[in-house]
Design a protein around this ligand. Structure first.
Ligand SMILES: [Zn+2]
Ligand SMILES: [Zn+2]
Length: 200
């Protein structure tokens, strides 16, 4: 989720206000339920106009701007440290085909944060621009009812890259065949799991 939040600094006393755009988990950190959509809130303070987002989570838990900023900065630190580790040890990356860089990042983050969830791993990958890996993890999470660690997500991507590389059954993720009525139809290749639009 991306929100514009108010940053009033960490210290006591009034130090002014700054609007910061943050990308954080789409889930409430307390119950795992979805976070609400932000809506623009324009306000006047100290002689200036500002626009920040306000949102209500369906679960009822409140997201305070200070806690949201702390969550955002904590994840930024984890991601920076993981990316640095990945860059330093590129020779040691395990081979995961097209997902090699994404899997290396997941492994580095897992080494830093014990019990990292696949959803949190996907958030780090999202910030790192590994969009295909994120989509595949999100899809696998639905199939596993959310029970998946970041470590398992890395294994999943490694296996998926291997099965894609080995697949000879499909054409770019689509299996085309002639149906019983003689019409040509196509369906998604479950070995490759690409985003395709199956149809007649
Ligand atoms: Zn909640
Ligand atoms: Zn295939």
């Amino acid at each position: 989720m991306t929100y514009r939040v108010c940053d009033r600094g960490d210290g006591p006393g009034y130090t002014g206000i700054r609007i910061v755009t943050v990308t954080i988990a789409a889930e409430c950190p307390r119950c795992g339920g979805p976070r609400g959509e932000g809506s623009s809130h324009r306000f006047h303070e100290d002689g200036e106009w500002y626009v920040a987002d306000r949102w209500a989570n369906p679960c009822g838990h409140l997201d305070m701007y200070g806690a949201v900023l702390a969550e955002y900065r904590q994840w930024a630190r984890v991601r920076e440290a993981a990316e640095q580790k990945v860059a330093e040890r590129s020779a040691e990356w395990p081979d995961a085909g097209e997902f090699t860089a994404a899997v290396a990042l997941l492994r580095a983050a897992t080494a830093q944060v014990r019990g990292l969830h696949a959803r949190q791993g996907a958030q780090l990958l999202q910030m790192g621009g590994h969009e295909e890996a994120v989509r595949r993890i999100e899809e696998a999470l639905v199939g596993r009812l959310g029970r998946m660690s970041a470590r398992q997500a890395g294994q999943y991507l490694t296996e998926l890259a291997a099965s894609r590389a080995a697949c000879t059954a499909c054409d770019g993720g689509l299996i085309n065949y002639r149906g019983r009525d003689g019409e040509f139809v196509s369906r998604r290749c479950e070995a490759c799991r690409r985003d395709v639009a199956p149809g007649a």
